[in-house]
Design a protein around this ligand. Sequence first.
Ligand code: SF4
Ligand code: FES
Length: 482
Amino acid sequence: MPTIKINDVEMSVNPGTLVLDACRAAGVDIPHYCYHPALTPVATCRMCLVEIKGQPKLATSCTTTVPPAPKDNPEAVVMEVFTNTPGVADARAGVMEFLLMNHPLDCPICDQAGECKLQDYSYSYGSGDSRMAEVKRRYRYEDLGAKIVIDKNRCIHCTRCVRFTREISGGSELTVANRGSRLEVTTYTGKSLDQNPFAGNVVDLCPVGALTSRDFRFRKRVWFLKRTPSISRHSALGSPLWIDHEGNTIYRFRPRPLEGRNDTHFISDEERYAYARYNRPDRPVQPLLHGAAATGDAVSEAFQSAGTCAVIGQGTFGCDAAQRLGELASAPELRYGSGEKMVPVVLPKLQTSADGILNRRGFTERGFRFGVLEELLARIERGEVKAVVLLHDAAFSSVRETDLLGRILKAAPFSLALEVEASDLGRRATAWLPLASYVEESDFIVNHDGELRRYQKALEPPKGARAMPAWAKALAAVPAAV
Ligand code: SF4
Ligand code: FES
């Protein structure tokens, strides 16, 4: 590996590494706008300039690579980079002044305020002055379809959004039109971003507030939001997410990129907007027994006297839930898996699985068998199984599977459904218990690649709703004698 020096500190890096990446690995922050690890470097913003010994001009660190070491001297220092010289500071201040020339001073009403790279870098590297005496260029807000709004006044022409639609989502809906001070990011005539199922990512990619989400616009100042690491339940990928929430309400889901994993920078719009489903603190949480309100203890007592028990776990819950549910089964072979959702693969380079069941692998590792629910129905009909416990979310079962589950619940002498929201199927069970949703508990899953992904509790569950492990403990406990 060649050796380079960054601000006189030596380090070894692979040949071909971008100088910007080498600096980041060395803990040296390089300001940048157009660079993005998942996109082709284009060096349009000029913010990442560094000094390289022996080169007459400053170089863009996002496009300069570390050369290989000479064969006869592998220990030689192949490059000396300086990021803290007066020349670099001067260049950064000049670039900031240039980028802000036409930028409006509308931070108080801009959604990006608080997470805006223009604000951050202006404060850290800007000069604080502007020599712009001319009238600033002006555009009106434009809708790029129903999901995205563009404010071209704020755009700094980094082209991240344009490259995303070309290189990642593939629809090429966005382009750069005109030249000079009239340069603008726009859509090809007649195209909007509505047909792009990954369009929401352009909002995350935009380092300033030019592209905003119709869904999040003006709803919350970002500094009031708390962020909790979580995952998406959309598919077996278990894409890492940030849950941004405040006051027990979720305001948005955002990708949570993992170091060195370019595929984790982006999520589909279906995953992004799924947060609304979990903002239900007012949902019914009354346990039911034979269709009437009951206590958890009464349900527990009825369950314990029911006899041989089989469990059906939908693979959309966490591994801890699977483990505790599995322990309620009277025998290991009485653990059945459910969940038949499939997701259309529209972007194979991001979607490496069509399986819509998040934790199928984690459930399988805990002894749950998928695709054999008919076997359970036959066992019930033969009188071998007297009770069924169903862990369920109606959104992930097909019509066929829901029908089969309904026949199982009907055939079982005793059935108990645990759900976040009571479905038509759940109401058919002898007893029903309210569950905390996945944003209201901490657990982990094993995704389809075998990677363990954790998620943490973001919201408080409504009073009465409990996570599966808590219900399993209550169901297994012997009720106290009165
Ligand atoms: S809209 Fe945002 S992401 Fe697109 S070019 Fe402008 S600043 Fe960059
Ligand atoms: S980040 Fe290097 S030129 Fe924009």
